[in-house]
Each structure stands twice: as structure tokens, then as C-alpha cells.
Design a binder for this molecule. Structure first.
Ligand code: GTP
Ligand code: MG
Length: 452
């Protein structure tokens, strides 16, 4: 096994920056690159040392160096962490010296991959670390920590145990029993399999809520020019991000900003007002607005309470009807025109009335944005599936078991029934990485950041 190196902290200036080495050569490299003999580095003790260029003898920095001896380290290998001063120039130099001293640059997620290979954690725990680092809200971070603590693997264990029990019964009847299984035993197996499939489905069903917590929603503000999209964008963000003027066609390019509403990360998009235009720049903006609409989880159509309901409004309304949408009437501080009143009368209960200027009913709007996405079938406080890979494997597990039940009902031989059950146990194992192939691991770990 070779020795890998990477920056473990973000690129940029900071108080300290940590360079991490993992592999059999780590300790020797620490010895070569410092004014200390490698024997001063004791496991789990930090040592203050000068970092020195071994060729020129020049001191580059002073660093606190911590040694984690195999197997009691993150990766399970010998690990050295050099906590240098957080200058990108120094850190680059230190990494270069590590490379010259025999280490190689780590691939994305390679530290975690090694931790997995050395049994320091299972795959779903490694994925939890990635998600924890990427989490955008406290609630999402909490779910990742629960997964890191092994909650996902622990919830899957009873399912695996039950499934294995059934497999053992069927396998042994295949080996030892000459006749078919007695009717009563078949019935028992059927009930147990149906129970396992149902639990897998129920667990998979928490994915909707889990994904929402982790990935959040893409919400686009659309409407004709001057209805107050940018004003509402700013009001929801709480600062003057977008340019607002009384001139129609002010916003030409899109603005994306992140905010959190009720634990859900929202990516909010302000778009160029939709209208027919000869202006080249504006027409590109309009085209982009249309593409954004198609891609959003929720499209908010903004109407102007005062100007009336125009032919342009009508056209945009039609175009968003097939999409998941919300109608919002803005500028209610100025009163509402009869035309708008009549138009929304039919949909009244679903229309939200706001004023971006005074802030009136912005909290009502926030509720209207996220409430429909909250799943009511998930118990509060329960562990949620948040990874599409896990969701897919749970669904496939249930599919396999259900097809095996059908074969069982058709009185097929145990051998045939068992095929699906073996697939199911393999899929469950893939979630925690027991039965995951090499390619699959490479794919998963390529989604990690470097240094993790
Ligand atoms: N009275 C009142 N005026 C508002 C309100 N919201 C926006 N305005 C005004 O309406 C005008 C247009 O606002 P913008 O936010 O730039 O409108 P827009 O929809 O982004 O317009 P485009 O970028 O041109 O598509 C500005 O003069 C705002 O001050 C509101 O709630 N009440
Ligand atoms: Mg605008």
C-alpha cells in the first residue's frame, strides 16, 4: 500500500491548515520534513516542530504534528497530520515536499475508502461523513450523524437476519427433504417474506422526506416584468441582493441564492420577466427563465395586485399549469384590482397574497412553499433514508422478495424461489458495502471531496 497525502482543510487562508498523510511511509516522511527525529512522534500525541525543506534546509513553517499509529487511526493505517499555518502558499509547499518524499496525491474520498477497506467503518457510514460535510442545514447534519453512528446498518440488520433465516430453511429443505415443504411451513415462510418486503418498502418510503432534508428544493420566481420578483427575492433572503427598479426588464440574468425555510434548504432563483422582446440580451434571459421553470421543484408565478390581469399573465399562467406551481399576488399594500380579484376568485384558497415592500404575509408564503413537500407518513424523529442509492437498493430488495413470494405461491421448487432471496440479501449487503463490487466503490468514492 502506498502513502497518500492531501489537504484536509479548505483551500484558502485560515488560522491553520491541515495536511494529512496516510500509509506506511507517513511517519518516515514526518521525520524527513521536520527538525525532529521520527522517534519523538508518539501515537496520539502532538509535537511542535519546524517544517524544513530537506534539500535547502530552509524552515518553511512551524507546525503541530500528530501521529496516529495503525490500526487506531481514521484510515486504520499510520496517519500523520501536520497542522501548519493556513497559508495556501505554505500548504502547497508542504504537500509538494510530501510528494517528493514518496507520498502521492490522494484521490477524492481515498482516506475514507481506506478506512472502509481496513474495517474502520462500513460504506453507509463513509457516505454519512460525506453527507455530513455537505449538509446545508442542522437537521440534515443530524441525520448524517445518526447514519454515521450506525443507525442505518442497525435498522437493516433485523431484516437481513430474518431473510437469512428463511433462506436457511429453504436451502436445507433443498438438501434434506425429498418431498415438498409441508403446506403449513410454506405458509409461515410466505408470511415472513411478506413482512420483510413490507419493512423494506416502509423504510424506502422515508426517502422522500430524507431527500428533501438533504437536497432541499429549487424554487423559481417567474412572472411578467415589473411584478416585483426581484423585490420578493430580496425580501425572502432578507437583504438587497437583486437590483430593483421601476423599469420593466430590470433583471436580465438569473440570480441563485440559498436560504433555509423550516429546516429545508431552498435554492431560490430570480428570473428575467417573461415577455416578447426584441432586445437580444433580454430575450436570452427570457429563454433561460423558461428552462429554469422546467427544472424547478416549484414555480412561483407572481402577479401584480394593482395593474390587473394581463394577456401576458394569462399566457404565463397557462405555461406553468402542468408544472408544480404556486400563484402569488404581490403589492397588496396598494390594494387589489377587480380584474385580479376575479381571476383568482376560483383558486382563492391556493393563492398567497403578499407585499414584498412591507413584508406582509411573507411567513404565509414560506409555509405555502414548504408545507406541501412535508411527508405526513413519516414519524417525527425517525431515521430517514437520504441517499438515492440506498433507496434504490431497498426497493429492489422488496421487488425480489415479492417475486419470490409469487413463485412460492405457484409451488415452484425451492431452488427457483431462492434465486430472488439471494439477490435480496445481496442488495441489502450493498447498502453497507459488504457485497459491493470494486467498480461500485470507485463510483461512490469519486463523489467525495479530496482530503476526505
Ligand atoms: N408598492 C409596492 N411596490 C412594489 C412591491 N414589490 C415591488 N414593488 C415595486 O415594483 C417595481 C418593480 O420591482 P422589481 O422587483 O424590480 O420587479 P421584477 O418583477 O423583478 O421586474 P423585472 O426584473 O423587470 O422582471 C419596483 O419599483 C418596486 O419597488 C410591493 O410589494 N409593493
Ligand atoms: Mg427583477
Amino acid at each position: 500500500m502506498d502513502t497518500i497525502v492531501a489537504l484536509a482543510t479548505p483551500v484558502g487562508r485560515s488560522g491553520i491548515g491541515v495536511v494529512r498523510l496516510s500509509g506506511p511511509g507517513s511517519l518516515a516522511i514526518a521525520g524527513v520534513l521536520t527538525d525532529r527525529n521520527e522517534s519523538v512522534f508518539n501515537p496520539r500525541r502532538s509535537v511542535l516542530a519546524k517544517v524544513i525543506d530537506p534539500v535547502s534546509g530552509e524552515t518553511l513553517d512551524e507546525a503541530v504534528i500528530t501521529y496516529f499509529k495503525s490500526p487506531r487511526s481514521f484510515t486504520g493505517e499510520d496517519v500523520i497530520e501536520l497542522a501548519c499555518h493556513g497559508s495556501p502558499v505554505i500548504l502547497r509547499q508542504v504537500i509538494d515536499l510530501c510528494l517528493k518524499s514518496g507520498a502521492r496525491m490522494a484521490d477524492p474520498g481515498e482516506f475514507s475508502l481506506r478506512a472502509l477497506a481496513n474495517g474502520r467503518m462500513n460504506l453507509s457510514q463513509a457516505e454519512a461523513i460525506r453527507d455530513l460535510i455537505d449538509s446545508q442545514t442542522v437537521a440534515a447534519a443530524r441525520q448524517s450523524v445518526r447514519q454515521l453512528e450506525g443507525e442505518l446498518s442497525n435498522s437493516l440488520q433485523p431484516l437481513k437476519d430474518d431473510l437469512l433465516d428463511v433462506i436457511v430453511v429453504l436451502e436445507s429443505s433443498l438438501e434434506f427433504v425429498e418431498d415438498d415443504l409441508p403446506e403449513k411451513q410454506t405458509e409461515q415462510i410466505r408470511t415472513r417474506l411478506a413482512g420483510i418486503a413490507r419493512r423494506a418498502r416502509e423504510f424506502a418510503a422515508t426517502f422522500r422526506a430524507g431527500r428533501l432534508l438533504r437536497e432541499g428544493l429549487k424554487v423559481a420566481l417567474v412572472g411578467r416584468p415589473n411584478v416585483g420578483k426581484s423585490s420578493l427575492f430580496n425580501a425572502l433572503l432578507g437583504h438587497e441582493r437583486a437590483i430593483v427598479t421601476e423599469i420593466p426588464g430590470t433583471t436580465r440574468d438569473q440570480l441563485h441564492e440559498k436560504l433555509v425555510i423550516g429546516n429545508i434548504p431552498i435554492s431560490l432563483i430570480d428570473t428575467a420577466g417573461l415577455r416578447e422582446t426584441d432586445d437580444t440580451v433580454e430575450s436570452i434571459g427570457v429563454e433561460r427563465s423558461r428552462l429554469t421553470m422546467a427544472d424547478a421543484d416549484l414555480v412561483i408565478l407572481l402577479l401584480d395586485a394593482t395593474v390587473g390581469f394581463t394577456a401576458e399573465d394569462e399566457e404565463i399562467w397557462k405555461s406553468i399549469e402542468p408544472l408544480n406551481h404556486l400563484i402569488v399576488v404581490n403589492k397588496i399594500d396598494l390594494g387589489i384590482s377587480n380584474e385580479v380579484e376575479t381571476k383568482i376568485a376560483v383558486h382563492k384558497s391556493d393563492v398567497v397574497m403578499v407585499s414584498a415592500k412591507t413584508g406582509e404575509n411573507l411567513d404565509g408564503l414560506e409555509h405555502a412553499i414548504v408545507d406541501p413537500f412535508h411527508a405526513d407518513d413519516v414519524e417525527p424523529g425517525s431515521f430517514l433514508i437520504s441517499d438515492a442509492r440506498h433507496f434504490d437498493l431497498l426497493e429492489r430488495t422488496a421487488d425480489e422478495i415479492e417475486s419470490s413470494i409469487i413463485l412460492l405461491d405457484q409451488k415452484m421448487s425451492e431452488e427457483i424461489v431462492l434465486v430472488g432471496l439471494h439477490n435480496a440479501i445481496r442488495f441489502l449487503g450493498e447498502i453497507t458495502g459488504e457485497t459491493t463490487t470494486e467498480d461500485m466503490l470507485t463510483r461512490i468514492f469519486s463523489t467525495f471531496c479530496i482530503g476526505k
